[in-house]
Write a protein of this length. Structure first.
Length: 593
């Protein structure tokens, strides 16, 4: 039914042994007995036109939908939710749709990352507080995938994730456009005077031609692939383009499957294990993933009680090559091409030696069965491991006196000349300062300089905005420079590219060594050796630290203040300290009076 996706249809779950009875359903506590409270619940359901036959003996399935009028990635979710409902009804469940914060990456400022944990909290509380036996999670735009999965993992009721799917390829003057990546590319060409304003407007109109998330290997495609590799989606679901009719069918199939999962009592804790997290890391490396994968997968894993660290990513990077020839690590293809080439199941067959094939997914089957029969139909889009587009994985973790807890670079998407580099720092203390100076022709900068933006981390940003792909100074752009070494405690979009070192931890706002760096200090980077160093003596650093004054907090009230007080640093996943899950711990259930 699906191209190279071993998604089963109605036969999924035929061999399961039913573990739950109607009386053991979680929703039975709301509707099942004859008490006064349950009278109130039932009568209010009838107020909405429902009848006891709608819920009696049936699993109540929540559809947590992150649709909104200002999220183009999820513009089709209003219709997809109806397909999910149809599937739930076909399998004898009772669907209820619950809206959740949409987190439109393009519009939420200063960063949707500031609100990822808010979505995770909302998802957890929606499940906890309602009569829900199972849940279908609808997301795809960058922070919605980790936010939804984190909340569902904490509640641990049966759950299926539905990825929004990538949009169609962009097009302008016969050229294929990729979201994000070509925005930066043509912006520099406009700044350099190589294209006209009319050309730029043509790019603007042609780069996003359908609903769906970014069709480059940005954070959205990275995170939905990770959700797929973890086993939380129907196998291969992450590869299906949003506008493809197979996406509608997949949504209906997910609705059918979640009902069976409730009766089977197949929960996220049965699926997201240490080995499945390692599978997801390996897949991310082979895909040429976004640097954001690290922060989100650490947070997801720790919600499941799995201890994940930067070391796990760096170890996988040294073993698993990049074989998905998709921009920005690749130079030609986009996610639509990846789907036609066989999609994620096909890629997983090519890195199977790096995967634990016994890990199960929402199908209840081991990975080896989920990807059985998957084939690669284009060897240039999905390469073999002996002919990769990059011999090591997509990410590298660097450590040194500038980033004692680590920082991240995507070497597969940067110029080879910066693999080993030493240059003088040019430091900006804020994004506003950078914007004001970057195009000044008198700026003291060369292509050997290291551009630095600080105070843009989890606390300082706040929320680690995607400011890390610092713009090349105007005078260098005009001279033909298209890459240079850049450094920040911020993040960058997964659609970005270049020699950008990100997630410097601890961040400058809380007094990390980055706060002590000064313009003119030499910075040395050695990616093969995984090192980063500022050439400043310990005595001088001590003098600078004694004189350092912490910048003012960006927020003095509301969620921003709570975020700053409780968020962990980048190397720990930026979750809240009161939400991480200790191994084996369970969240409390509501009291039903």
């Amino acid at each position: 039914m699906f191209r190279a996706c071993n998604l089963k249809d109605d036969n999924v779950g035929d061999e399961y042994l039913m573990k739950k009875t109607a009386e053991s359903l979680r929703s039975y506590r709301w509707f099942g007995d004859d008490g006064l409270r349950t009278f109130g619940h039932r009568s209010r359901m009838m107020q909405m036109g429902y009848d006891p036959v709608d819920w009696q003996g049936r699993p109540v399935i929540a559809i947590i939908n992150t649709w909104s009028d200002i999220n183009p990635c999820h513009a089709h979710f209003r219709q997809r939710a109806e397909s999910v409902k149809a599937g739930i009804l076909q399998s004898g469940g009772f669907p209820i749709e619950l809206p959740a914060i949409s987190l439109a990456e393009q519009f939420v400022k200063p960063s949707a990352m500031l609100y990822r944990n808010l979505l995770a909290m909302e998802t957890e509380e929606l499940i906890r507080s309602h009569p829900i036996d199972g849940v279908v999670l609808m997301g795809g735009c960058d922070k919605t995938t980790p936010g939804l999965l984190m909340g569902a993992l904490s509640m641990d009721v049966p759950a299926v994730y539905i990825p929004a799917g990538p949009m169609l390829r962009g097009n302008w003057q016969g050229k294929t456009l990729g979201s994000g990546s070509d925005s930066w590319k043509y912006w520099d060409e406009l700044r350099a005077g190589n294209i006209t304003r009319q050309d730029w407007e043509g790019v603007e109109r042609g780069i996003a031609r359908s609903y769906g998330h970014c069709m480059t290997m940005g954070t959205a495609s990275t995170m939905t692939a990770i959700a797929d590799a973890l086993g939380t989606t129907l196998p291969g679901a992450s590869s299906i383009p949003a506008a493809d009719s197979n996406h509608i069918a997949m949504s209906k199939m997910a609705g059918r499957r979640i009902v069976d999962m409730v009766w089977e009592d197949l929960k996220p804790s049965d699926i997201v294990k240490p080995a499945s997290v390692q599978n997801a890391i390996a897949v991310a490396m082979a895909m040429g993933c976004s640097t954001n994968a690290i922060i989100h997968l650490i947070a997801i894993g720790r919600r499941a009680g799995v201890d994940v660290s930067l070391a796990d990513f760096d170890a996988a990077s040294r073993k698993v090559p990049v074989i998905a020839n998709v921009r920005p690590s690749g130079d030609t293809y986009l996610m639509e091409d990846f789907y036609y080439a066989g999609g994620l199941p096909a890629l997983m067959t090519r890195i199977s030696e790096h995967l634990d094939l016994e890990m199960i997914s929402v199908t209840g089957q081991p990975l080896r069965d989920d990807i059985a029969g998957a084939r690669v139909f284009n060897d240039d889009v999905i390469r073999s491991c002996d002919q990769p587009i990059y011999a090591e994985g997509a990410l590298a973790v660097l450590k040194g006196n500038l980033a004692p807890e680590g920082c991240v670079i995507k070497p597969s998407a940067c110029s080879a000349k910066y693999q080993v580099h030493t240059g003088p720092a040019l430091v900006f203390d804020s994004y506003e300062e950078l914007k004001a100076q970057i195009d000044d022709d008198d700026l003291d900068v060369t292509e050997d300089s290291v551009l630095v933006l600080r105070n843009a981390g989890p606390v300082g940003g706040p929320g680690m905005p995607e400011w890390g792909m610092l713009p090349i100074p105007g005078k260098l752009v005009k001279a033909g420079v298209r890459d240079m070494l850049r450094l920040s405690d911020a993040r960058m979009s997964g659609t970005s590219y270049g020699a950008c070192i990100l997630h410097v931890s601890p961040e400058a706002q809380v007094g990390g060594p980055l706060a002590l760096l000064r313009t003119g200090d030499l910075i040395s980077v050695n990616i093969p050796a995984r090192s980063i160093h500022m050439d400043v003596s310990e005595d001088e650093l001590a003098r600078r630290r004694a004189a350092w004054v912490q910048p003012e907090a960006p927020y003095e009230r509301g969620f921003g203040k709570m975020f700053a007080a409780h968020v962990s640093q980048a190397h720990d996943g930026c979750d809240f300290d009161f939400l991480e899950t200790a191994s084996g711990a369970k969240v409390p259930e509501p009291k039903i009076f």
